[in-house]
Design a protein around this ligand. Sequence first.
Ligand code: GUN
Length: 290
Amino acid sequence: MTEIIDGEAVASEIRDGVAECVDTLDEAGVQPGLATVLMSDDDASKTYVSMKQQDCEEVGIAAHDIEIDPDAPAAELYDTVDELNAEDAINGILVQMPVPDHVDDREVLRRTRPAKDVDGFHPENVGRLVAGDARFKPCTPHGIQKLLEAYDIETEGADAVVVGRSDIVGKPMANLLIQKAPFGNATTTVCHSRTQDLAAKLGDADIVVAAVGVPEFIDGSMLKEGATVIDVGVNHVETDEGDSELVGDVDFESAREVAGAITPVPGGVGPMTRAMLLYNTVKAASQQHD
Ligand code: GUN
């Protein structure tokens, strides 16, 4: 029987834990604050940011919403980050990516104070993750680790294949899977658009993390019987009837016939990414008031 991994349920438990930490901080006179910075007209980015703000409010984190005209000079964003770095009420800073082409996204990441970098994208934090001494684990891979933990999916000695090599998901996911316990010690292969014979690599995998951004790129015929399949894809596709439908990077119907456990889209990884941002924000607030 294939287990459908309920990301919403696990995320709800994480949010409860975060809310308890918020209460403890409140007793010490501290309210955690997250600044979200949006410099984009993209509807999906706007939606993501407003969901993040709503999540904050639900657990008692103060959400500071900053919007910058996408046509403004890059310096406006850089200056905003500098100001937020210096602001005591702001414990976490999230600049929604992608930023416009005239902005150097690496400069944005470098400028963000590492202690407030709740995405875990600053080079210092990337280095610490790779060294096995993470300050903030990036939200999506961290959320996936929590899902594997919640469902008792053994990574120790497992063969894992990560499909996708992005800085946000693929690379940090692979780093977490190869780290020593807890929830590491997997023999991990990273596949990408230039990988030859992906099916052969997937066919041996006990754990598959699909993060390529291509709708239903992986189907059941490529998977090993009983594999755990984690689908990070968020793809809007047009149906035959002309409606928009949300699908993952995995063809859910064929994959569920083969997999031992699988995340749905929506309701799998997405809620976990959002919950781990709250977790990192509260962690940032605690560390800054230590
Ligand atoms: N854009 C897509 N995913 C993310 C994310 O996790 N963090 C930020 N800052 N921007 C994103």
